[in-house]
Design a protein around this ligand. Sequence first.
Ligand SMILES: [Fe+2]
Ligand SMILES: [Fe+2]
Length: 406
Amino acid sequence: MSDSFHPSEDLSSGPIVCAISESVMRQAVSGMLDPEFGPRVIEAETIGRALELLVSVHSVDAIILDHPAGTEACLKLMRGLKSRVPVYLILNEPMTSTEALEGLEIAGRFEGTDALEDLVARLSADMKKKKAPAPAPRPKPRVPAAPPTPAAQELVKKLEAAANTITPTKPNDDFIRSAHEATMEIIRRTGLNETSQQLIRSNVMLIVKSMGTSPKLKNILRSIFIDRTKYRSSHSVVLAQLTCAIAGAVKWGSSTTFQKLTLASFLHDLEVEIDDLADVQTRAELEARANTLKLEEMKRYLLHPARASEMAQRMDEIPPDVDTIIVQHHERPDGTGFPRGLSASQFHPLSVVFVIGHDLLTAVHRSEGPISMSEFIASREQIYSMGNFRKVLRELDTIPAMDGSA
Ligand SMILES: [Fe+2]
Ligand SMILES: [Fe+2]
């Protein structure tokens, strides 16, 4: 496993939108693309959802369409939104007219018995070609080089020493949690200078190294049940372990993905100033506490995902997608989340992992005893019923029961 960030690896590319209207075909294409492209594949059940997605994300690498009535008009709309996105057409039957597609630069048309296999092979080849030249890094505002404090320097040395000894069999969770607390305190006092960034990177490296390549969700959940103070003392560290284990369970567990989820976990609640608010998940839950909060405190809480995301964008060597995961961590697929009230198709796939992991951790925290995974899944089936949400929730269903039930 790599110890440093490599922004050009796997998920640095944009999503591949599978907007095939016929559900069996859509799921078949999505399933065939999954082993190679994993979380980059987003299913859009309708053209409307595909259009929503094009509006909400910065870049899309490919759109896959079939050919129901009106496809030409949809294509024109899509071209209007993202003029250069390659469109791949998969056809159940030969098209009667190709005239309307002229000038729309279809990247590939696939029909006949081998259409699915041909599409996957072509997409794979095209994505490899696309990946060859590394994208130019985004220009960022300079992070001020404030002089390091003695406490920060001392912590950097301790983290470097710990990195030499920590392994999945010797994880030293107590040290990781206290290092996280100390790092957060240093960032709150001194801001995002070069030393605090080095501290964040060292912490992330330590957490990822301590998890190994295949963290087990059941073991992580069990350790939270055994010592529930772990959640309270370091929500972010446990969340990193939980989200990485979920990503591994849905076969999205590359080292880059682990680094992204761990970094997002580390930073997502940095701007939350009131500890008691850390488990407030939705706008409705926040409003239910209106009697005990000042208006200014509520406003700041509603903005904490965006503020933490902006801070992530200012970091040097930040892997792509981390800022998106952070800004989406209180969104909900039914549109009840904040700050933007996104719908399901607008979520980055790793945000889906993060939102479900955060929800599960909050449920563990709120439950009186060991959580029943089957009850958790049953209670979330409706809200997590679409696309990647459904896929991740189904994977949780394969985890052995934690509560002794079948
Ligand atoms: Fe939060
Ligand atoms: Fe949180």
